[in-house]
Design a protein around this ligand. Structure first.
Ligand SMILES: [Cu+2]
Length: 489
């Protein structure tokens, strides 16, 4: 566009056309005003904000994507008025958007300059056990150290990366990044971007609050500022009549997001582990911590209109008691979608719909039922609320053992007053039933909300052998012991 705009300007000067060589025609960005636009010149798209900083691929081979990440403290401009003492990969929150294609190999060279030890966990990806980043399978990388992660990308999907030591602290400070494994059959859309959802709790000095009691952690750590891609109050430009893919991930420590986009519905096309068999529409989309959803936006709003992505208060407790949310009970904006003035009609893209196995229950006896419970206990002379799995907290939860490569049925029962998002490392599963009734959409998942008083039935092939963690993805709950191991061999 820049070259084209300059050429037009030069042509105008040569022709001596009065008023043609204005500042607009010489604008290096080529943003000509409509009256000066030549008929041949293509109109200018507004949705430049769909472009996200990609991780640089340092390996020239088409089969390998190599990325260098440095984890280090950063002055984080989250739009709160002052720089936050944050943590970042390559100086940015979120970290660089890693994009590769299924079938490629991903190599990530991580340098640790955080001042404390760290690892990288590839949330949702079926990676070799030694590359998973859990402290049980990797000695954490010391400050000043380096580690190279080598991953074969087998499953298309939208994932995220984050540390798996002191995760509740590091992730709250901004240490996370989005990762897309493209399906080779996936079309390129003019707007296709990750939207990393988060919140941050600030102390009286406007800095990231860290101190919290065990009881407060139990009730949920809710931030007072909502963030989209690391910043409050973002505005996304979108072209009227265009089509966009928004890849959403919930990176918050505790908060469930309950989203509504003014004037639009969500067309859900993919979940944690790739495309659905067919899309479905919904006016409200709930993401538990760690979950991902990809939505197709039909940008059918009016030119110049603004529509806010709103978050509705979503309670961890059924009755909402005891939860301290600095945002209160009213819906709060996450970001604003602003339509450009010129339409760019696009057809609905041909997306590579998944073909998921039909695991209609009952197909196998239940190999294990996890039971989530909460109870009061005395610890160091104080009454505390314990969030437990199978009656214990980490590291006392008994190890589970399963046969690899066998279709396995698992159940999760939540008897507690609080809902918990359950995450299993290194495997993918389908939720086949909720309280005995068939689940509404067949989908690959690795993280799933377990509502209070309910039983979920999962099925998985358990086709990735190793020593895997499973845990609640409310990060304070995991930190206080909602975490166990399963051996798949
Ligand atoms: Cu939990």
């Amino acid at each position: 566009m820049a070259v084209f705009g300059m050429r037009l300007a030069v042509l105008a000067l040569l022709l001596g056309g009065a008023g043609c060589a204005s500042e607009e025609t010489l604008d290096p960005a080529g943003s000509n005003t409509p009256e000066e636009k030549s008929p041949e010149e293509p109109p200018v798209r507004k949705q430049a904000s769909c472009a996200v900083a990609l991780a640089e691929d340092l390996d020239p081979s088409p089969d390998v994507v190599e990325v260098a990440l440095t984890a280090a403290p950063v002055g984080w401009d989250a739009g709160t008025g002052a720089l936050l003492g944050g943590l970042s990969y390559n100086g940015q929150v979120p970290g660089p958007y890693i994009v590769a294609t299924a079938g490629q190999k991903l190599r990530v060279r991580l340098r640790n300059e955080l001042g404390f030890e760290t690892t990288l966990h590839w949330h949702g990806m079926r990676v070799p056990n030694s590359m998973d980043g859990a402290h049980t399978v990797q000695t954490p990388i010391p400050d000043g150290g380096e580690f190279v992660y080598e991953l074969e990308l087998i499953d298309p999907g939208f994932y995220w990366y984050h540390p798996h030591v002191d995760a509740h602290f590091a992730i709250e400070h901004g240490l996370y990044g989005p990762l897309l494994v493209r399906d080779p059959a996936e079309p390129e859309l003019s707007c296709d971007m990750p939207i990393v959802l988060d919140d941050v709790l600030l102390d009286e000095n406007g800095q990231v609050a860290v101190e919290q009691s065990k009881l407060e952690a139990h009730h949920g750590r809710f931030g007072g500022v909502l963030l989209a891609n690391g910043r409050a109050g973002r505005v996304l430009e979108i072209d009227p009549a265009s089509r966009a893919l928004f890849r959403l991930v919930n990176a918050a420590n505790s908060r469930y997001f309950d989203l509504a986009l003014e004037g639009h519905v969500f067309e859900v096309v993919a979940t944690d582990g790739g495309y659905l068999e067919a899309p479905y529409t919904t006016e409200r989309l709930v993401l538990a911590p760690g979950e991902r959803y990809t939505v197709l936006l039909r940008a059918d709003g009016q030119p110049g209109a603004e529509h806010r992505l709103m978050n509705h208060r979503y309670f961890l407790h059924d009755n909402g008691m005891m939860e301290q949310d600095p945002l209160g009970k009213e819906p709060a904006p996450l970001l604003t979608l602003r339509y450009g003035t010129e339409a760019f009609p696009e057809d609905d893209p041909a997306l590579p719909w998944g073909a998921l196995p039909d695991w209609t229950p009952p197909m196998a006896p239940v190999a294990h039922r996890w039971v989530i419970e909460e109870f009061m206990a005395m610890q160091n002379g104080k009454m505390v609320m314990l969030d437990t799995i199978d009656g214990q907290t980490y590291p006392n939860i008994p190890d589970l053992s399963f046969a690899a490569n066998e279709l396995t049925t698992l159940e999760i029962e939540n008897t507690a007053m609080v809902r918990h998002p359950f995450h299993i490392h290194g495997q993918r599963f389908q939720v086949v039933a909720i309280d005995g009734a068939p689940a509404p959409h067949r989908a690959w998942k690795d993280t799933i909300d377990v509502p209070t008083g309910s039983v979920l039935t999962l099925m998985s092939k358990l086709d990735n052998p190793g020593h895997w963690m499973y845990h609640c993805h409310i990060l304070e709950h995991a930190h206080h012991g909602m975490m166990g191991h399963m051996v798949v061999q």
